[in-house]
Design a protein around this ligand. Structure first.
Ligand SMILES: NC(=O)c1ccc[n+]([C@@H]2O[C@H](COP(=O)([O-])OP(=O)(O)OC[C@H]3O[C@@H](n4cnc5c(N)ncnc54)[C@H](O)[C@@H]3O)[C@@H](O)[C@H]2O)c1
Length: 346
């Protein structure tokens, strides 16, 4: 069977760095090219320990069309796993421009490049459950048929990119699928997001800022379950179980309020002196996300494997044991962001 040559965009980010590793575990991939611009959330440290000769890193932007076109042709790429994005809702509320440029413009570039090669290059477009909007407490979880109804600027740009992908499948016959996953947690997540922020503050004994009443519900999934889903979706596209234009949802079957998450983290850290501090709620904060996994289970034979209590314990231990990574990540940019974002709270 022909070995696969893959391009991962955003491979120095949180999920991308796990996907790159997982692809290299598989013998099906003869080449894994990680293209990353190394923005504030992308770090070479996330892939620094990868010594596989099939792995290659390229520091570049998905918005640089000519470079992308030449690279894809030169490296004879078979599939693009597209993860590069601006990914933090709070930042999109403060400034939408980078989100439009990267999430919409960058996806547009990738689609045009695939079209212009004139070859079959599969695209696995990594989207999010946030494109579906918000659920009430008793609403049924999102399915792939739920209406697209984004409610914050980040989600709106991801929804726009999903629509662009669908339009290129329909108009130009591009071989693309879309995955929509719930909130991820695990090692190497940039500590502006809820779980790593609470772990780091909890370890240091700093206050634990929680938006509003903390009763917002998310469906948490371990990042390794997500990347296994992404690979299973690509397998599904290759073996015909999925068709171009298909959407596939992934979720952890693990709905929890933010307060439950933070209490579990503090319990597991053990001797933390940190206390929860309720702060002004995020603007337009979605109340609940939940995912129906049935299609992924039925069509891809995928299911989430990592149990929350084990996954969060392993994640906390990873942060405790990786001080060097934390020190390299917590740069001036990170400190500026935290002091700006929480300036009225501490
Ligand atoms: N984190 C989650 O819980 C979650 C859930 C569902 C879907 N997603 C999606 O998964 C993808 C990855 O999310 P993440 O949490 O790993 O994000 P992240 O912010 O950790 O990583 C994003 C990566 O993209 C890179 N990047 C940004 N702009 C770029 C550009 N113009 N060119 C090349 N690289 C660029 C960054 O340097 C970084 O390495 C995103 O598309 C996100 O929407 C994330």
């Amino acid at each position: 069977m022909k070995k696969i040559r893959a391009l991962v965009t955003g491979g120095c980010g949180f999920i991308g760095s796990h996907l790159v590793r997982q692809l290299l575990i598989s013998n099906n991939f003869e080449f894994v090219l990680n293209l990353d611009l190394l923005t504030y959330s992308g770090h070479p440290e996330n892939c620094a320990d990868i010594s596989d000769s099939r792995y290659c890193f390229k520091h570049a932007s998905i918005n640089d069309k000519q470079n992308l076109l030449e690279l894809i042709k030169k490296e004879k790429v078979d599939v693009i796993f597209h993860l590069a994005a601006e990914s933090h809702v709070d930042r999109s509320i403060n400034s939408i421009e980078p989100f439009v440029r990267t999430n919409i413009g960058g996806t547009q570039t990738i689609l045009e490049v695939i079209k212009e090669t004139g070859c079959r290059i599969d695209l696995v477009h990594i989207s999010t459950d946030e494109v579906y909007g918000s659920l009430g407490k008793n609403d049924a979880p999102f399915t792939e048929k739920s209406p697209i109804s984004p409610r914050n600027p980040y989600a709106a740009t991801k929804a726009a990119s999903d629509h662009l992908v669908q339009s290129f499948v329909n108009t130009y016959g591009i071989s693309a699928i879309i995955t929509r996953c719930s909130n991820n947690y695990g090692p190497r997540q940039f500590p502006e997001k809820l779980i790593p922020l609470m772990i780091l503050n909890g370890i240091k004994g700093d206050p634990l800022p929680i938006y509003g009443d903390g009763l917002q519900i998310r469906d948490w999934i371990h990042v390794e379950d997500h990347v296994n889903g992404i690979i299973a979706a690509y397998d599904g596209l290759r073996n015909g179980n999925l068709s171009p234009g298909d959407v596939i949802n992934f979720g952890g079957e693990n709905e929890k309020t933010n307060l439950e998450i933070v209490n579990e983290i503090i319990k597991q850290i053990g001797n933390s002196t940190s206390e929860i501090k309720h702060i002004k709620d995020r603007l337009g904060h979605d109340r609940r996300y939940a995912i129906n996994n049935k299609k992924a289970k039925d069509v891809l034979n995928w299911s989430p494997k990592i149990i929350w209590v084990n996954g969060i314990e392993e994640t906390i231990n990873w942060y405790k044991n990786n001080e060097k990574w934390i020190n390299s990540i917590i740069s001036g940019e990170y400190r500026n962001w935290i002091s700006k974002q929480y300036k009225d709270d501490f």
